[in-house]
Ligand binder design. Sequence first.
Ligand code: ATP
Length: 247
Amino acid sequence: LCRPAAQRVDVRVVEETGSTNADLMAALPGLTGPRLLIARHQRAGRGRAGRPWQSRPGQSLTFSLAWKFERGLQALVGLPLAVGVTLAETLALFGAEVRLKWPNDLLLEGRKAAGILIESAAAGPGSWAVIGIGINLALDEETVAGLDRPVASLAPLAAIDQNLLMAALLSALAEMLEEFAQQGLAPFAARWNRLHAYAGQPVAILENGRALHEGIGVGVDEVGRFLIDTGAGRVAVMAGDVSLRPK
Ligand code: ATP
Protein backbone atom coordinates (compact mmCIF):
# COMPACT_ATOMS: atom_id res chain seq x y z
CA LEU A 1 0.00 0.00 0.00
CA CYS A 2 1.32 3.45 -0.87
CA ARG A 3 1.17 5.76 2.14
CA PRO A 4 1.44 9.54 1.69
CA ALA A 5 4.63 11.09 3.08
CA ALA A 6 4.04 12.35 6.63
CA GLN A 7 3.45 16.09 6.72
CA ARG A 8 5.55 18.32 8.92
CA VAL A 9 3.42 19.98 11.61
CA ASP A 10 4.30 23.49 12.78
CA VAL A 11 3.90 23.28 16.57
CA ARG A 12 3.28 26.42 18.66
CA VAL A 13 2.73 26.78 22.40
CA VAL A 14 1.23 29.89 24.01
CA GLU A 15 0.89 30.64 27.69
CA GLU A 16 -2.63 31.98 27.37
CA THR A 17 -5.23 32.80 24.74
CA GLY A 18 -8.98 33.21 24.28
CA SER A 19 -9.65 30.22 22.04
CA THR A 20 -7.10 28.10 20.16
CA ASN A 21 -9.75 27.36 17.51
CA ALA A 22 -10.44 31.07 16.98
CA ASP A 23 -6.69 31.76 16.71
CA LEU A 24 -6.14 29.07 14.09
CA MET A 25 -9.25 30.02 12.11
CA ALA A 26 -7.87 33.57 11.95
CA ALA A 27 -4.41 32.28 10.94
CA LEU A 28 -5.65 30.05 8.08
CA PRO A 29 -5.01 32.54 5.23
CA GLY A 30 -1.28 32.57 6.08
CA LEU A 31 -0.84 28.81 6.61
CA THR A 32 0.91 26.59 4.11
CA GLY A 33 0.72 23.34 6.07
CA PRO A 34 -0.64 21.85 9.28
CA ARG A 35 -0.26 23.79 12.53
CA LEU A 36 -0.77 22.68 16.12
CA LEU A 37 -1.53 25.36 18.72
CA ILE A 38 -1.35 24.38 22.38
CA ALA A 39 -2.51 26.85 25.05
CA ARG A 40 -1.50 26.36 28.66
CA HIS A 41 -4.55 28.41 29.50
CA GLN A 42 -7.59 29.00 27.31
CA ARG A 43 -9.82 31.74 28.71
CA ALA A 44 -12.83 31.49 26.39
CA GLY A 45 -12.98 27.99 24.90
CA ARG A 46 -16.02 27.15 22.82
CA GLY A 47 -18.17 24.11 22.17
CA ARG A 48 -20.76 23.69 19.45
CA ALA A 49 -23.21 26.53 18.74
CA GLY A 50 -21.07 28.98 20.73
CA ARG A 51 -21.53 27.10 24.01
CA PRO A 52 -18.68 27.72 26.46
CA TRP A 53 -15.91 25.19 27.18
CA GLN A 54 -14.33 25.64 30.61
CA SER A 55 -10.69 24.94 31.30
CA ARG A 56 -8.16 25.79 34.00
CA PRO A 57 -4.38 26.12 33.75
CA GLY A 58 -2.72 22.91 34.85
CA GLN A 59 -6.10 21.15 35.06
CA SER A 60 -6.93 20.84 31.38
CA LEU A 61 -5.27 20.08 28.05
CA THR A 62 -6.44 22.50 25.35
CA PHE A 63 -5.16 22.56 21.79
CA SER A 64 -6.23 22.87 18.17
CA LEU A 65 -4.83 21.37 14.99
CA ALA A 66 -5.33 23.00 11.57
CA TRP A 67 -5.20 20.50 8.71
CA LYS A 68 -5.59 21.06 4.97
CA PHE A 69 -7.57 18.65 2.79
CA GLU A 70 -7.48 18.42 -0.99
CA ARG A 71 -11.20 17.75 -1.10
CA GLY A 72 -13.97 20.23 -0.29
CA LEU A 73 -15.96 20.79 2.90
CA GLN A 74 -18.37 17.94 2.21
CA ALA A 75 -15.48 15.48 2.70
CA LEU A 76 -15.12 16.64 6.31
CA VAL A 77 -18.49 15.24 7.41
CA GLY A 78 -17.67 12.45 9.82
CA LEU A 79 -14.33 13.92 10.89
CA PRO A 80 -15.47 14.53 14.51
CA LEU A 81 -16.14 10.80 14.81
CA ALA A 82 -12.70 9.82 13.47
CA VAL A 83 -11.13 12.32 15.89
CA GLY A 84 -13.15 10.83 18.75
CA VAL A 85 -11.99 7.28 17.94
CA THR A 86 -8.37 8.42 17.73
CA LEU A 87 -8.52 10.28 21.04
CA ALA A 88 -10.28 7.45 22.86
CA GLU A 89 -7.87 4.78 21.57
CA THR A 90 -4.83 6.92 22.41
CA LEU A 91 -6.04 7.90 25.88
CA ALA A 92 -6.73 4.23 26.63
CA LEU A 93 -2.99 3.56 26.15
CA PHE A 94 -2.45 5.83 29.15
CA GLY A 95 -5.10 4.16 31.31
CA ALA A 96 -8.03 6.53 30.60
CA GLU A 97 -10.87 4.37 29.26
CA VAL A 98 -13.49 6.66 27.76
CA ARG A 99 -16.58 6.00 25.68
CA LEU A 100 -17.88 8.08 22.78
CA LYS A 101 -21.08 10.09 22.69
CA TRP A 102 -22.26 11.09 19.23
CA PRO A 103 -21.17 13.30 17.69
CA ASN A 104 -18.33 14.94 19.58
CA ASP A 105 -17.94 14.04 23.25
CA LEU A 106 -15.78 11.66 25.28
CA LEU A 107 -17.39 10.32 28.43
CA LEU A 108 -16.07 8.70 31.58
CA GLU A 109 -18.84 6.76 33.32
CA GLY A 110 -21.46 8.84 31.51
CA ARG A 111 -19.86 12.18 32.38
CA LYS A 112 -18.22 14.43 29.83
CA ALA A 113 -14.44 14.33 30.17
CA ALA A 114 -13.32 15.78 26.84
CA GLY A 115 -14.87 17.59 23.91
CA ILE A 116 -14.11 18.11 20.23
CA LEU A 117 -15.05 21.17 18.19
CA ILE A 118 -14.32 21.14 14.46
CA GLU A 119 -14.57 24.33 12.47
CA SER A 120 -13.82 24.50 8.77
CA ALA A 121 -13.24 26.81 5.84
CA ALA A 122 -13.23 26.33 2.08
CA ALA A 123 -9.84 26.81 0.41
CA GLY A 124 -10.13 26.74 -3.39
CA PRO A 125 -11.13 23.20 -4.37
CA GLY A 126 -9.95 21.99 -0.96
CA SER A 127 -10.73 22.81 2.64
CA TRP A 128 -9.22 23.44 6.07
CA ALA A 129 -10.39 21.78 9.25
CA VAL A 130 -9.52 23.27 12.61
CA ILE A 131 -9.85 20.51 15.18
CA GLY A 132 -10.20 21.83 18.72
CA ILE A 133 -9.79 19.48 21.66
CA GLY A 134 -10.30 20.08 25.36
CA ILE A 135 -9.49 17.33 27.85
CA ASN A 136 -10.23 17.51 31.59
CA LEU A 137 -7.18 16.29 33.47
CA ALA A 138 -7.97 17.31 37.03
CA LEU A 139 -10.65 20.01 37.28
CA ASP A 140 -10.99 21.54 40.75
CA GLU A 141 -14.26 21.28 42.67
CA GLU A 142 -15.19 24.91 42.13
CA THR A 143 -14.94 24.57 38.34
CA VAL A 144 -16.93 21.34 38.37
CA ALA A 145 -19.61 22.92 40.56
CA GLY A 146 -19.90 25.84 38.15
CA LEU A 147 -20.76 23.61 35.20
CA ASP A 148 -24.36 22.96 34.20
CA ARG A 149 -23.96 19.17 34.02
CA PRO A 150 -21.96 16.37 35.64
CA VAL A 151 -18.42 16.25 34.24
CA ALA A 152 -15.37 14.06 34.87
CA SER A 153 -11.60 14.39 34.86
CA LEU A 154 -9.25 11.78 33.44
CA ALA A 155 -7.07 11.26 36.50
CA PRO A 156 -4.58 8.79 34.93
CA LEU A 157 -3.63 11.48 32.40
CA ALA A 158 -2.94 14.09 35.08
CA ALA A 159 -0.29 11.79 36.51
CA ILE A 160 1.86 11.54 33.38
CA ASP A 161 4.21 13.92 31.58
CA GLN A 162 2.06 16.25 29.45
CA ASN A 163 4.67 16.38 26.67
CA LEU A 164 4.49 12.62 26.33
CA LEU A 165 0.70 12.73 26.13
CA MET A 166 0.72 15.58 23.61
CA ALA A 167 3.27 13.81 21.40
CA ALA A 168 1.20 10.62 21.40
CA LEU A 169 -1.98 12.53 20.55
CA LEU A 170 -0.35 14.49 17.73
CA SER A 171 1.16 11.46 16.06
CA ALA A 172 -2.10 9.49 16.34
CA LEU A 173 -4.12 12.42 14.97
CA ALA A 174 -1.72 13.02 12.05
CA GLU A 175 -1.83 9.34 11.09
CA MET A 176 -5.65 9.32 11.31
CA LEU A 177 -5.94 12.52 9.23
CA GLU A 178 -3.85 11.07 6.42
CA GLU A 179 -6.01 7.96 6.41
CA PHE A 180 -9.24 10.00 6.64
CA ALA A 181 -8.12 12.15 3.68
CA GLN A 182 -7.77 8.99 1.57
CA GLN A 183 -10.68 6.89 2.81
CA GLY A 184 -13.08 9.08 4.77
CA LEU A 185 -14.85 7.69 7.83
CA ALA A 186 -15.18 4.10 6.54
CA PRO A 187 -12.11 2.69 8.37
CA PHE A 188 -13.22 4.34 11.64
CA ALA A 189 -16.98 3.65 11.84
CA ALA A 190 -16.69 0.13 13.29
CA ARG A 191 -14.06 1.33 15.77
CA TRP A 192 -16.42 4.16 16.81
CA ASN A 193 -19.23 1.64 17.37
CA ARG A 194 -17.01 -0.45 19.64
CA LEU A 195 -16.57 2.62 21.87
CA HIS A 196 -20.19 3.80 21.68
CA ALA A 197 -21.41 4.98 25.11
CA TYR A 198 -25.06 4.06 24.56
CA ALA A 199 -24.92 0.95 22.39
CA GLY A 200 -28.24 -0.88 22.66
CA GLN A 201 -29.59 1.63 25.17
CA PRO A 202 -32.64 3.90 24.98
CA VAL A 203 -31.72 7.37 23.72
CA ALA A 204 -33.37 10.48 22.34
CA ILE A 205 -32.23 12.94 19.70
CA LEU A 206 -33.18 16.42 20.79
CA GLU A 207 -33.61 19.55 18.73
CA ASN A 208 -34.07 22.75 20.71
CA GLY A 209 -34.81 20.61 23.75
CA ARG A 210 -37.59 18.65 22.01
CA ALA A 211 -37.32 14.95 21.16
CA LEU A 212 -37.04 14.52 17.41
CA HIS A 213 -36.48 10.75 17.60
CA GLU A 214 -36.55 8.20 20.41
CA GLY A 215 -35.47 4.61 20.40
CA ILE A 216 -32.50 2.30 20.85
CA GLY A 217 -29.10 3.76 19.98
CA VAL A 218 -27.59 1.47 17.33
CA GLY A 219 -24.37 3.34 16.45
CA VAL A 220 -23.04 5.22 13.44
CA ASP A 221 -23.03 4.35 9.74
CA GLU A 222 -20.09 4.74 7.31
CA VAL A 223 -20.80 8.43 6.76
CA GLY A 224 -21.23 9.26 10.44
CA ARG A 225 -24.99 9.41 10.75
CA PHE A 226 -26.36 8.21 14.09
CA LEU A 227 -28.73 5.27 13.75
CA ILE A 228 -31.72 4.86 16.03
CA ASP A 229 -34.05 1.90 16.08
CA THR A 230 -37.42 3.50 16.81
CA GLY A 231 -39.36 0.24 16.88
CA ALA A 232 -41.03 1.23 13.61
CA GLY A 233 -37.72 1.12 11.72
CA ARG A 234 -34.28 2.67 11.60
CA VAL A 235 -33.73 6.41 11.42
CA ALA A 236 -30.36 7.93 10.40
CA VAL A 237 -29.65 11.33 11.95
CA MET A 238 -27.13 13.84 10.60
CA ALA A 239 -25.08 15.89 13.05
CA GLY A 240 -26.52 19.38 12.89
CA ASP A 241 -27.57 21.25 15.96
CA VAL A 242 -29.15 18.17 17.47
CA SER A 243 -28.12 16.48 20.72
CA LEU A 244 -28.08 12.89 21.86
CA ARG A 245 -29.26 12.09 25.37
CA PRO A 246 -29.68 8.83 27.28
CA LYS A 247 -33.23 8.19 28.41
P1 ATP B 1 -24.24 17.92 22.67
O1 ATP B 1 -24.69 17.04 23.79
O2 ATP B 1 -25.28 18.25 21.71
O3 ATP B 1 -22.95 17.49 22.06
P2 ATP B 1 -23.16 19.75 24.45
O4 ATP B 1 -24.11 20.44 25.39
O5 ATP B 1 -22.34 18.63 24.93
O6 ATP B 1 -24.02 19.32 23.27
P3 ATP B 1 -20.84 21.01 23.32
O7 ATP B 1 -20.87 22.15 22.41
O8 ATP B 1 -20.32 19.71 22.83
O9 ATP B 1 -22.31 20.88 23.82
O10 ATP B 1 -20.02 21.42 24.62
C1 ATP B 1 -20.35 22.57 25.38
C2 ATP B 1 -20.98 22.16 26.71
O11 ATP B 1 -20.07 21.33 27.44
C3 ATP B 1 -21.26 23.31 27.64
O12 ATP B 1 -22.54 23.85 27.41
C4 ATP B 1 -21.15 22.69 29.05
O13 ATP B 1 -22.37 22.10 29.43
C5 ATP B 1 -20.18 21.55 28.85
N1 ATP B 1 -18.82 21.86 29.32
C6 ATP B 1 -18.16 23.05 29.32
N2 ATP B 1 -16.91 22.89 29.77
C7 ATP B 1 -16.76 21.58 30.08
C8 ATP B 1 -15.70 20.79 30.60
N3 ATP B 1 -14.53 21.30 30.90
N4 ATP B 1 -15.93 19.48 30.77
C9 ATP B 1 -17.11 18.91 30.47
N5 ATP B 1 -18.15 19.59 29.98
C10 ATP B 1 -17.98 20.91 29.79
